[in-house]
Design a protein around this ligand. Structure first.
Ligand code: HEC
Length: 103
């Protein structure tokens, strides 16, 4: 896993477009999800019931996130208003969430 992260980081460093996409995804996560979820590599969620994004893979198929977001399919969020993201934003956010997964 650490080797994978290092490889991903090296890839991102050598591919400015990938780096930019992850930064964009991070910004979207902070703006759209950060008032409830912890969206970084550490920290706790402001809404206690909301899983930290870095642990989402434990409870949710993160690969499905992009479709869910782009199609406006709200997860089982108890008190989260439904929303739809444009496909490019859904891609960036999904790529960012995948990039921070811990086990
Ligand atoms: C108003 C608070 C709030 C916001 C904003 C919010 N969430 Fe959540 N989210 C929750 C809560 C609470 C849960 C866990 C409990 C539940 O399922 O209701 C959750 C759970 C999830 C899950 C796990 C699957 C599931 O349905 O339980 C995913 C994926 C998720 N959120 C994605 C997002 C994304 C992506 C955003 C931003 C685009 C976001 N959330 C914004 C409160 C929020």
């Amino acid at each position: 896993m650490i080797a994978l992260l290092v490889a991903a980081a090296a890839l991102a460093a050598s591919r400015p477009d990938i780096d930019a996409e992850l930064r964009r995804g991070e910004a979207i996560a902070v703006a759209r999800c950060g008032r409830c979820h912890a969206v970084g590599l550490d920290g706790v969620s402001l809404r206690q019931a909301a899983p930290p994004f870095r642990e989402l893979g434990r409870v949710y198929p993160v690969a499905d996130l992009i479709e869910a977001l782009a199609q406006g399919a709200t997860p089982t969020h108890a008190d989260m208003p439904p929303f739809t993201l444009p496909l490019a934003e859904a891609r960036a956010l999904s790529a960012y969430v995948r990039s921070i997964q811990t086990r």
